[in-house]
Design a protein around this ligand. Structure first.
Ligand code: AFP
Length: 336
């Protein structure tokens, strides 16, 4: 029995509240949802569909591509190239931005995505995700350049992710709170199941890749060390830890039950000349918008992520996000 709104109904109602809205953003979100349904289907048969394992090629990030990385990227590109509604796209998997064909209706939005987040989880049947961000194409421009994508996260008009776990969910914001939709296997629609999600301001759960501990900077070492000391330490309470190696699943858990997530700067990343592990435009910005819209906070440790002016479409940054009071504590430790 479906007794809640579908994603499409929800977005049309939201669109009707905005005077002068053309419905184009609703169409873009609907295309992304279609792609996520197709990716969800692609993931389901796993080894039976020969979808495990890697290909011989590397992506622009220098990472070996999984078969599902390529399929998910193709699906995201295909829906937008086929239906139009966007001006251009940028994918974590591709060096250059992608245009839509001339014969397709040109839209006013730029779509940025990580088609398959946490793809190493594919081979171990653990959660994966798709992360997306929608920006406005500069007015009057019919052929956007990479430069036109380099907008701070505060300019995003929509951000969200799909998480492919025991159920497939899509969680998104258009700047008016965060809402979660579960994909009904019966009718093939995303149904509103988690309206107006909020992140508690305090937390007792952190997510970080502890194997990097010895490479972290002092403020992060201090924060995690105090959490690990639990009741006997300065925090006076016990903390739990989780690490799924899929940012979409990690942020989803924080939106569902609170906590803090971090992929901080470390010596290994510095030695490779990288500004962090996670990508600003494909991961950090959309997740930061969601987290802030749900009452949380997001920082590099030193600056609010949404305020960063990107200088490269594949730029990487340190990320600390989640429960407001915990993120503020990490920021304070950086200042001290
Ligand atoms: P992929 O999308 O390349 O699989 O990377 C996932 C990710 O960007 C992010 O979702 C995870 O939080 C992080 O990397 C995991 O990194 P480690 O493997 O270093 O823990």
């Amino acid at each position: 029995m479906i007794d809640s709104k579908t994603l499409t109904q929800f977005n049309i109602e939201e669109q009707q509240k905005i005077s002068g809205a053309t419905g184009e953003l609703t169409l873009v979100i609907s295309d992304i949802a279609t792609a996520c349904k197709a990716i969800s289907n692609g993931l389901k048969n796993g080894a039976l569909a020969d979808m495990l394992g890697s290909l011989d090629n590397e992506n622009v990030q220098g990472e070996t591509q999984k078969k599902m990385d390529v399929l998910s990227n193709d699906i995201m590109l295909h829906v937008h190239r086929h239906f139009g509604h966007v001006a251009a796209m940028a994918s974590e998997e591709m060096e250059e931005i992608v245009y839509i064909p001339d014969n397709v209706k040109y839209g006013k939005y730029l779509v940025v995505f990580d088609p398959l987040d946490g793809s190493s989880n594919m081979d171990v049947n653990a959660p994966l995700g798709t992360i997306f961000s929608v920006l406005r194409a500069p007015a009057g421009i019919t052929s956007p350049t990479t430069q036109d994508f380099l907008q701070p996260g505060t300019q995003q008009v929509c951000a969200g992710y799909a998480v492919y776990g025991p159920s497939t969910m899509m969680v998104l914001t258009t700047g008016n709170g965060v809402n979660g939709f579960t994909l009904s296997q019966d009718i093939g629609e995303f149904i509103l199941t988690h309206p107006q999600i909020r992140i508690p301001e305090d937390a007792e759960e952190f997510a970080v890749n502890m194997s990097n501990q010895r490479f972290w900077e002092a403020p992060v070492k201090r924060y995690i060390d105090e959490c690990v000391q639990g009741k006997d330490g300065p925090r006076g309470k016990d903390f739990n830890m989780r690490w799924v190696a899929c940012m979409a699943a990690e942020v989803h858990r924080i939106l569902m039950r609170g906590g803090i997530f971090m992929y901080p700067m470390d010596e290994k990343l510095k030695a490779k000349g990288l500004g962090g592990k996670l990508r600003l435009m494909y991961e950090a910005n959309p997740m930061s918008m969601l987290v802030e819209q749900a009452g949380g906070a997001s920082t590099t440790g030193r600056e609010r992520i949404l305020d960063l002016q990107p200088d490269d479409i594949h730029q990487r940054v340190p990320v600390v996000l989640g429960a407001k009071n915990e993120v503020e504590r990490v920021t304070r430790y950086h200042q001290e």
